[in-house]
Design a protein around this ligand. Structure first.
Ligand code: COA
Length: 254
């Protein structure tokens, strides 16, 4: 399927690439892009061959510069209560397979929140991240006040959100907002390398690891450990586990 504001490709290696494609507006997320992203996620949900998704922004200047401010200005309380962006971002976090945000340029506001919904973040050395919403008289309300502290700790999250400060890639790496920083022209290659490393693992094991990890941020430890145990029980019955362990043991014999 083709979309106007995003492009989606799935390779034969199971690595999918979803690109926000509104570079003239720094990939600001407007309603049309939200609709396209939902449609692309529907398409991804319908495929069992996807092992990893790389999410990036077209144009090299931005991953995404946030929600579209022209549309935000006109929104009133009823629209806020529709949790338009938050619902979309939750879908990204809930994707069954790991996701990697490849960040070149700005990831601000909703752009930073979207990157935080991905499981991993690779940033170019000139990337700039932040939650500048308070400068516009609002707060990060697409999960930002919840996901940022989990990634960087409450103290760092308070500082970033209260000041609206935009920070560089090195600082982002130091506080745990991004996993790794690479030269700007290697962001996609580095994300792909990471994706290939993940794609080589047991597919069901990776998916269930994600499920258990996601549970860790949403429930108490007792429930989390239970999910972990159930996931392992499912894996113990899987052909993939049997094949991978047998291959290891056979290799040792020869
Ligand atoms: N919403 C709507 N339009 C946006 C946008 C956003 N979040 N971010 C950028 N744009 C538009 C600009 O209005 C401009 O449109 P125009 O060419 O029609 O005038 C175009 O994208 C290019 O932006 P510009 O500011 O000229 O690019 P830049 O490279 O100098 O600066 C940013 C890039 C990201 C630093 C700057 O655009 C910016 O601060 N954006 C807003 C970031 C923000 O506050 N996000 C949180 C939203 S809740």
């Amino acid at each position: 399927m083709s979309y106007e504001n995003v492009t989606l490709e799935v390779g034969e290696d199971g690595i999918a690439s979803l690109v926000l494609n509104r570079p003239e507006k720094r990939n600001a997320i407007d309603q049309a892009m939200i609709d396209d992203l939902h449609a692309a996620l529907d398409e991804l949900d319908g495929r069992s061959d996807v092992r990893v998704l790389i999410l990036s922004g077209a144009g090299g200047k931005a991953f995404a510069a946030g929600a579209d401010i022209a549309q935000l200005r006109d929104r009133r309380a009823p629209e806020a209560l529709k949790i338009i962006n938050a619902r979309l971002f939750q879908r990204v976090e809930d994707l069954a397979f790991p996701t990697i945000a490849a960040i070149t340029g700005y990831a601000l506001g909703g752009g930073c929140e979207l990157a935080m919904c991905c499981d991993l973040r690779v940033a170019g050395e000139s990337a700039k991240l932040g939650q500048p919403e308070v400068a516009l008289g609002i707060i990060p309300a697409a999960g930002g006040t919840q996901r940022l502290p989990r990634l960087v700790g409450l103290g760092n999250a308070r500082e970033l959100i209260f000041t609206g400060r935009i920070v560089d890639a090195a600082y982002s790496e130091r506080i745990g907002l991004v996993n790794r920083v690479v030269p700007n022209d290697q962001v996609l290659a580095s994300a792909r390398e990471l994706a290939e490393e993940i794609a080589a693992q047991g597919q069901l094991a990776v998916r269930l690891a994600k499920l258990a990890l996601n549970t860790s941020s949403r429930t108490g430890q007792d429930t989390g450990v239970l999910v972990e145990q159930l996931a392992q029980a499912v894996l113990f019955e899987s052909d993939d586990k049997n094949e991978r362990m047998t291959a290891f043991l056979d290799r040792k014999k020869t």
